[in-house]
Design a protein around this ligand. Sequence first.
Ligand SMILES: [Cu+2]
Length: 406
Amino acid sequence: MEIFSYLWQYIVEVFGLAIAYVFAAIFLFLVLRQFHSKKITAALMIMFIGVSVAFYIPNGTPNALAYPASLTSYGPGEKPDLPFENVFNFFTNFKNFATVDDISRDPNDVPASVVYGKDGMIELNLTTTEVITEIAPGVTMNVWTFDNTIPGPFIRGKIGDTVLLNISNDPTSLHPHNVDFHAVTGPGGGAAATIVAPGETKSMTFKLLSPGLYVYHCAFGNPGLHMTHGMYGLILVEPEGGLPPVDKEFYVMQGEYYTEGALGRKGLQLFDTQAYLDGIPQYVIFNGKTGALTTNMEAEVGDTVRMYVGNGGVNLVSSFHVIGEIFDRVYREGDLVTTPAEGLQTTLVPAGGAVMVEFTVDYPGNYVLVDHALARVDRGAWGVLKVTGEADLEIYNGDIQSGGGH
Ligand SMILES: [Cu+2]
């Protein structure tokens, strides 16, 4: 049974606690018996059990077992928890869930130009899935995706284009899903017309009316709950005439995971509703998991690099920064109409928002992408742009050592 390997730590903990308690009780009983009559010993033992139970229930219940039965929501949608029925279905259907070895979207996976179908429309097929994957080495979670990656595919269009969207929900899913494009004008940004039950497919068309870099995400039930499970991505609407050409384009998206286990706790992690409501994620990651962007972003000295940076949130605003670089141009909040800001160090990426940054790389080395609220780096929010080429000693001349922030 595969599931036992995921739950092994919980099982060991519960058995360990039970054994320790039983032995403590036996020891106490033997000691008390030395000094008191049977009646007094029995009374003291009952007291011991009563006090320990009263103490344990409010304080010692493992988080994973403290199911928030009284939870409510004052939002327009559903409560931000997984209904008990779905948790039960998850465990009873565990073997039906696909396991994905690498959930992260390749940051190089950006279409170079808009791809049109034969009818002149952009044809977009999205499949929503619920899968088991590692979000950090040895840390497993049930995540929900568009096309089995986090973030979902990068969608590229141009102002005036029409998109034909076909959205399918995999039959193994336990929840309905849909998609809200921030680039779409109309009810729910498409969400109202794309609700798909497991196994269902729906189609719609929408027109891209405004240029910009936009987030898309699932908005079914409790939208934040679906987003924090991994259901977000970016859609670019290029302005008239298109974006100026650059040498390298990268797709980076920040997200959060709320797990019952503390940071680094191995094994299958259940969703922590309380941490979600409090806005304290255990993991803050780029492209779906820790370490997703450490070996796959490369450029050469002289290249102009463009990064499409999104934030799936749900709770945090990202302070995006590249250590050792200055952004030549920042298209704040994904605004592709106004003249971009120039010469910025750190830029904000709102929850449910995006930014486009451009910079020319002038010197070889490793440039670390971070959310400059730096404790989040410990939670996973970093990546590396590796730049190769000739060193210009006029720009930077020193003895480069590892561990120096590069
Ligand atoms: Cu969803």
